[in-house]
Write a protein that binds this ligand. Structure first.
Ligand code: ZN
Length: 308
């Protein structure tokens, strides 16, 4: 069995340059892949992560400039959190304030300190001081001193009318365990290195609106296509509607909606981001799937340039 947990989270942004600047220069993540939305190649698909782009470290964006602002609420992911080392609180508070970001006073939740902030499109982010973060590597060649780098995703928070549908799916099918509860917030965890936490807040009664600054979907890890196929069958047997397997070049994916309406994906760990460029060149050039290569000139012309 592979490690369970989050494979990646994909969200919607507005301006690709603001998004790129924020995630690489303010948060210090590595751009590990620069490609396009396979279903809409006029738009980038930007992948940020740790040095190797490990599953569980990846947050990706579709920067759809002309989309409306989203309004996260019921049936949506309302927070994306990253793990930082426990000794890095003072550094991050100073660093975020230096960038004139509105940050929340740090608070404690389920025994870990949390710093809340928003990205340029209003996506709610959290930096979580995580005792296990030091076991892992971030992106040492970015602007953040190596000892303070973000190491990967910590997790995500789902807003639901009732926690039990998604909760059962997490426990029965996706390898999570309910480990704690505080009022209407339920904590689910796996023992993965990164991306091992899903929190569900229940009691939401108004539907959210998708758009800029909201999460598009969460992908969960499987070891390989065989494990993906058996999980797909297991979920079909429970009455979920799942897509066919789609080739996303860096992983194979199937998609379905969890009972509360959030789009979930099951993604394979392999082949990963070194499939089409070496580790030290990740993210440095525009990568296209084979079937779009003959349109490269048009695609490159239409895409806004990313300024370093
Ligand atoms: Zn995805």
């Amino acid at each position: 069995m592979a490690e369970k947990g989050i494979h990646h989270i994909t969200a919607v942004a507005g301006n690709p340059n603001e998004n790129y600047k924020f995630y690489t220069q303010v948060l210090g993540l590595r751009l590990v892949k620069k490609t396009v939305n396979f279903d809409d190649p006029s738009v980038y698909h930007l992948y940020y992560g740790n040095e190797s782009g490990d599953p569980g470290s990846i947050l990706t964006f579709f920067p759809w400039k002309h989309l409306q602002d989203g309004d996260p609420d019921r049936g949506q992911v309302v927070a994306v959190s990253f793990s930082i080392p426990t000794g890095s609180k003072a550094f991050w508070l100073d660093h975020l304030r230096d960038h004139n970001l509105d940050i929340e006073e740090p608070f404690s939740r389920f025994g870990k300190e949390v710093i809340g902030l928003q990205d340029p499109d209003g996506l709610h982010l959290e930096l979580v001081l995580d005792p296990t973060a030091n076991n892992f590597e971030g992106w040492p060649e970015g602007p953040i001193p190596e000892e303070h780098t973000i190491r990967g995703l910590h997790g995500a928070t789902l807003a639901e009318e009732n926690y039990s549908g998604a909760g059962r799916l997490l426990e029965e099918d996706l390898g999570f365990k309910l480990t704690n509860q505080l009022e209407s917030r339920y904590l689910y965890e796996t023992d993965a290195d990164f991306g091992s936490v899903i929190e569900i807040i229940d009691g939401f009664d108004l539907n959210g609106r998708p758009g800029k600054g909201t999460v598009h979907h969460i992908a969960f890890r499987v070891k390989d296509e065989k494990e993906q196929d058996s999980l797909r069958k297991q979920l079909l047997n429970k009455g979920y509607y799942l897509t066919e397997v789609k080739d996303r070049d860096y992983f194979k994916s199937v998609y379905f909606h969890e009972p509360g309406g959030i789009l979930f994906e099951i993604a394979t760990d392999p082949p990963g981001f070194t499939k089409d460029e070496p580790l030290d060149e990740l993210g440095s050039s525009l990568k296209l799937p084979k079937w779009l290569e003959n349109e490269r000139n048009i695609i490159e012309e239409e895409l806004p340039k990313l300024n370093n």
